[in-house]
Design a protein around this ligand. Structure first.
Ligand code: GDD
Ligand code: MG
Length: 362
């Protein structure tokens, strides 16, 4: 069985992290986000995927290639300019066989039971099955109204507050029958949520909901991206990530000074150096090849690979993308640093700062 993964969005809301890194490759527990998604598909026997790409496509292809350690067949389709969520699926049509296939928004992490969803799809002879999840505020999502028997009656993308009638939303995972591809125009920008689903409902197609209550998050913003890392560290997503919630896992070939204090949950990548009296308070994820200086303090933060944290720095509730350098004595709180940012000695960055890549500040 195949899955099309929509990975071509611009990741605008995740900037400055996504200026130079596609949303699919942002590291989650030190592995590209998409790798987690692929592993989950594979666990359910879905081992052929088509990645629908438009933005920063080459870095995704370079990373995953065609054969890979996951032992999955990965194919790629490219849009010259973004075709929208349904246009991107249509663009992948020639890579799909004449069988039902999954469609995944590429920015969702969930422990959805794909096998049970497929069973539901087949038992009901549906044209499309949409996974649903419950959220506190559906305004940022696609609201889905259903009948008692699970048939979808209304699909409303990004509803206004006064239009919210349920807390159930589109979880960004579908099963399509191949015939649905004929309902999408070729080489045209077309939206699954705003055009395809409403038009299918208007024409009485069989669109069914599959409710799920497991872990689910859309990594659409830095805050949610950080939360996903921490949820996985603290074992909040069932079988993925850490199990007991306060482990300290250190990678290979690193050096952690005996006076450094690591309080879990902490994931420290390979080849990291942690100097004397440094304190890393979990939840914290630190990428490969990072250097944490003497008496530096890190807490509730996600650090990408090759980051240098100088002596005595404080990095609290923040994200630092790859190759950032914090010179000694800096203080960074609730900030998001794009890659290759340099913060000069003793500088106290205003709380909540978002710093674009390659800026030198201080
Ligand atoms: N290839 C390709 N081409 N992919 C695209 C394009 C495109 O033109 N536009 C968006 N995508 C990808 C994005 O990269 C993302 O993985 C997915 O499609 C969904 O786009 P988002 O921009 O993240 O949409 P959203 O989060 O506002 O809303 C969608 O997801 C919600 C669940 O998180 C909708 O499907 C909502 O209905 C849903 O509730
Ligand atoms: Mg999204």
């Amino acid at each position: 069985m195949k899955a099309v993964i929509l990975s071509g969005g611009l990741g605008t809301r995740l900037r400055p992290l996504t200026w130079n890194t596609p949303k699919s490759l942002v590291p989650v527990l030190n592995k590209p986000f998409l790798e987690h998604v692929l592993r989950h598909l594979k666990e359910h026997g879905i081992d052929e995927v088509v990645l629908a790409l438009s933005n920063l496509a080459s870095s995704i292809q370079e990373y995953f290639g065609c054969t890979n350690s996951l032992d999955m067949k990965i194919d790629y389709v490219m849009e010259r300019s973004a075709l929208g969520t349904a246009g991107a699926i249509k663009n992948a049509a020639e890579k799909l066989s004449h069988d039902s296939f999954f469609v995944l928004n590429g920015d969702i992490f969930s422990d959805l039971d794909y096998s049970a969803m497929l069973k539901c799809h087949r038992e009901n002879n549906s044209d499309v099955t949409i996974a649903l999840t419950a959220v506190d505020n559906p305004a940022a999502y696609g609201l889905v109204e259903t009948k008692g028997d699970g048939r979808v009656t209304r699909f409303l993308e990004k509803p206004r507050q006064d239009e919210i009638t349920t807390n159930l939303i589109n979880a960004g995972t579908y099963i399509f029958e191949p015939g649905v591809l004929d309902m999408i125009p070729t080489d045209t920008e077309y939206s699954t949520e705003r055009q395809l689903f409403p038009s299918m409902l208007a024409s009485d197609a069989s669109v069914r909901a599959f409710a799920s209550s497991g872990y689910w998050i859309d990594i659409g913003s830095p805050e949610k991206y950080r939360r996903l890392n921490f949820d996985l560290l603290s074992g909040r997503s069932g079988k993925y990530g850490f199990q007991n919630g306060n482990e300290v896992v250190t990678g290979q070939a690193g050096q952690v000074h005996p006076t450094a204090k690591l309080e879990g949950p902490v994931l420290l990548g390979d080849n990291c150096v942690v100097e004397s009296n440094a304190v890393i308070m979990g939840p914290a994820v630190i990428g490969d090849h990072c250097h944490i200086g003497e008496a530096a303090t890190i807490s509730a933060s996600v650090i990408w690979p090759r980051v240098t944290i100088g002596n005595g720095c404080k990095l609290i509730s923040s994200i630092a993308a790859d190759n950032c350098v914090l010179q000694s004595g800096c203080e960074i709180t609730q900030a998001i640093l794009g890659n290759r940012v340099k913060i000069l000695k003793n500088y106290k960055l205003p709380t909540g700062s978002m710093v674009e890549p390659k800026q030198i500040i201080g």
